[in-house]
Structures are given as C-alpha cells and as structure tokens.
Design a binder for this molecule. Structure first.
Ligand code: GLY
Length: 333
C-alpha cells in the first residue's frame, strides 16, 4: 500500500482493516546459528552484516570465530576420533548455489575458509582427507601441530578406558540438564557438536556455513552430515536455507536440510519444515530415534526462522536489528 493511501485510510480510521505491506517486511539482515554457543558467532557475523556485507562473508566470519575459540566440538580444539586424531568437516554455500566443502581435514585451523577456497577456486565441491590438506597447504593455510587440546586429551584418555564405540550427541535430556548445559559432561560425552549458521544480508541474499570436528571418537575416516551439501547445509536463495546438528548419519539418510528447504518451498514455515524432517527420521526407526538427537534450523526469504529437534535440549541463537537471543527449539519425543 502506498503511504498516501495509508494516510487517507488512517484518517478514516480504516487503516487497521488493511494491514500495510510493511507488516510483511523482510526481516533483514539476520543471522541464526545452532546452540547457545552461536551467540558470539552471530556477533562476529553481525559485524559484517550491519556494514552491508554479504551473507557469505558473514557466515565465514562467524564460523572462523568458533573454529578459533571453542574447545570441544569445532576446530582443532575438538574431540579426536578413536585413533586420537582430530579431523574436521566444513561446508559453505552461497546465494547462487555455489558450494564448497572439506571432510576429514587434519591440522588446519580454519576448515571453513578451505571450503570457501574449494568453492571459489576449483571446479569441485568436496575435498577429503590428505587431498583436502594438500589443497589447503598449497593455498597458504598453515599446518598446525596436531596436538590435542587439554580437554580433548582428557576426554580421549577417559574414552580409552573402555574404548566403547558408542558415541552420543546432544544428550542433555538424558542427563537431566537444561538446554544451556555446559558443552561437556564429566564423563567426557559431548552435548554440543556442530556449528551451523545461516545469514540473510541487507541485499536479501542467503548463505550458510557449517563447521565441526564431528562425532567424538568416530572411526577414523568417518564423515557426518556437516560437509555434505543437502544434508548438513542447504541454501536456495529463492526459498530459504537450513542447517542441522546431531547424529549426522540420520541426517544424511533423509537429505535433511534439502528436505527442509523443499518443504518450505511447498509453503511450510521454517519451524514446520524442520518438524517434518525430524518426523521422517523418527518414523523410519522410532526405537533408534529415541536414543539420538538431531536438530534442524531454518530461515526463509522473509527472514522468518524456526527450529525443531527430535529430543529436548536443542537451542539456536538469533541476531537481528531487534533481537539478540537464544531460542529453545520445540521437540518431538
Ligand atoms: N552433525 C555432526 C556429525 O554428525 O558429525
């Protein structure tokens, strides 16, 4: 509605009958990320967004921040695999469906930036293991020591006592903790894993990034959903974007984030689309689903956001011009 017409209606007291168009205005810029640890991640991304920078630069900046700082489940401070080696997975996707990813990357501090380099300088989408490391070194990323962080060492020593291959992720509810529980429990199990973030910039373009050290004590060579486009991350600039956290195998099986975006294309809200994707996982094997966690987070082109998880405990962080907060996710079981 034109401003002049709205003023005319206002003077007749009719404005309330016809909502002005700007009540449907796109909320932008905006950044959302998985978990409460997403708050400082969003703050980094926001520095880019508030200056009119691209969603792509914003999500890379946020991901780099968490790769540098967290000492548990992302970056070289993360928990190792069962051979005692930290291997990193990451991916990035922009508004033109360009994407890049690395899986099983060792001794490189910023897998997200290597993923972006893959996207921008190669004809490929995904590089893995030694090849990904070689590519990173060729592109000037320094080789780090490979020594475990203090918490990584401690957790690995504890895990070696039983060497039980029984990884559990995001198990706050089983431990009776609230949604803002610390990242790790005393027995070394992890309750936070993947950092996924989605941004909508001032130009109305979407991008996303995911970075993780993956499932703690995994088999060496295992990749989860995080570096798989359509599983851990999917962006369609016409519709929206989604990311996931939790047991990656379950997300891969249903092409989780692609599913969420396609459900939004059919008209579902971000929250409902995330819910339907969770239901697909649960319906496939309800017994198994009761033992694990998966959470989806989505944003659409209007800047509406939503999340859903299988179990209690998933939260997401959100930053916009009007909000800066942690939102608990609804859950199925
Ligand atoms: N979602 C992270 C992983 O499964 O590795």
């Amino acid at each position: 509605m034109q401003r002049r017409n709205f003023l005319k209606l206002s003077s007749l007291g009719l404005a309330s009958f016809q909502l002005p168009k700007w009540t449907n205005a796109v909320q932008k810029p905006l950044v959302v990320s998985t978990w409460d640890s997403g708050m400082p991640v969003n703050a980094e991304a926001w520095k880019v967004l508030e200056q009119g920078g691209s969603a792509l630069d914003a999500v890379e900046a946020g991901a780099r921040y968490i790769e540098d700082t967290i000492d548990c489940c992302v970056g070289l401070g993360g928990y190792p695999d069962r051979d005692g080696i930290v291997t990193l997975d990451a991916c990035i996707m922009d508004d033109k469906s360009n994407c890049g990813a690395v899986a099983g990357l060792e001794r490189i501090k910023h897998p997200i930036s290597v993923a972006r380099k893959v996207m921008e300088t190669t004809p490929h989408v995904l590089l893995v293991g030694d090849g990904a490391q070689k590519f990173a070194l060729q592109n000037g990323f320094p080789l780090e020591s490979g020594e475990l962080s203090e918490s990584g060492k401690k957790a690995y020593q504890k895990w070696l006592e039983k060497s039980q291959y029984k990884p559990e992720i995001n198990i706050e509810n089983k431990k009776g903790n609230g949604p803002f529980a610390p990242a790790f429990f005393e027995d070394g199990t992890a309750n936070h894993d993947t950092m996924g973030l989605l941004a909508l910039d001032q130009q109305g373009n979407l991008s996303g990034a995911v970075t993780t050290s993956g499932m703690a004590f995994k088999i060496h060579g295992r990749s989860g959903d995080s570096p798989i486009i359509g599983a851990g991350l999917f962006v369609d600039n016409e519709i929206g974007a989604a990311t996931s956290s939790g047991v990656g195998e379950e997300v891969i099986r249903i092409c989780g984030t692609h599913t969420v975006v396609e459900l939004m294309r059919q008209g579902l809200s971000p929250e409902m689309a995330c819910k339907k994707a969770c239901e697909r996982i649960v319906n496939r094997d309800p017994k198994k689903a009761a033992t694990l966690q998966v959470g989806f987070l989505a944003i659409n082109k209007k800047g509406e956001t939503g999340a859903y998880a299988i179990q209690k405990g998933f939260v997401f962080s959100m930053k916009s011009n009007t909000e800066n907060k942690i939102n608990p996710s609804k859950f199925l079981l």
